[in-house]
Design a protein around this ligand. Sequence first.
Ligand SMILES: Cc1cc2nc3c(=O)[nH]c(=O)nc-3n(C[C@H](O)[C@H](O)[C@H](O)COP(=O)(O)O)c2cc1C
Length: 246
Amino acid sequence: MNETLRTQHSHRSIRSYKADPVSDAMLDQIVAAAHRAPTSMNAQDISLIVVRDAEKRARIAELAGGQAWVAQAPVFIVIAIDYHKTDLGVRKAGQAQIIHESMEGFGVAAVDAGIALGTLITAAESLGLGIVPIGGIRRNPQDMIDLLGLPPLTFPLVGLCIGHIGDDMPLKPRLDIKTFRHDERYDASGYAAAIDAYDAEIMDYWQKIGNKNGISWSSNLGNFYKQVYFPQVKPVATMQGLLNDK
Ligand SMILES: Cc1cc2nc3c(=O)[nH]c(=O)nc-3n(C[C@H](O)[C@H](O)[C@H](O)COP(=O)(O)O)c2cc1C
């Protein structure tokens, strides 16, 4: 296995960071890797907001629902959908942009944001740093928009903590790979058994790491997916001009 694959195969989210700063050289390389990542139609419909200011990180930790590791990690990168940038190009071409009002537009920007996130993760982990993605920034999106000075046609989709690893974590088990990889044709026949096995395995994992509040994968998803857990996304995205009605 090569170094890149070794890095990817050893991914685990880190929620404990040392106070040591991430050097400018490291941060520049990580951001440049994501800048090089592909985007649909070369739209480059994504912007990163790099937050190092401790007060701002403390505020984001709060807005994300009290996630202490956001305040602790020295770097927090927000990945924002940026149809403000593309709108300037479209206007220059004498056209009126409407893609940001469509499901296609939100979906494609979310894919591009995901590619940027994955690229940041691999780059940071390849340097021996720890990371954890933070979807919790969508809990209070308007406050995030105000804090970061994001203009209309943008939306803060996901964040990423980066820092030197404090307490390390063992790899979290996954559902059987047969529920993930389908050769030639989708096959859900093994799902129920795989979920049963995984629910038991994840309980063992919680025990192993001393998490007494850990619950099964099914119960955890049940608690979240029975509701729209970040209900401010739709109204705030709409106010930003990302109507999602086409
Ligand atoms: C898009 C995305 C958003 C996430 N949001 C959060 C978050 O807000 N807080 C958090 O502690 N972990 C968050 N995570 C981390 C997941 O909980 C974690 O990746 C998952 O439990 C698997 O664990 P592992 O990364 O250690 O393998 C997020 C992960 C992704 C990909």
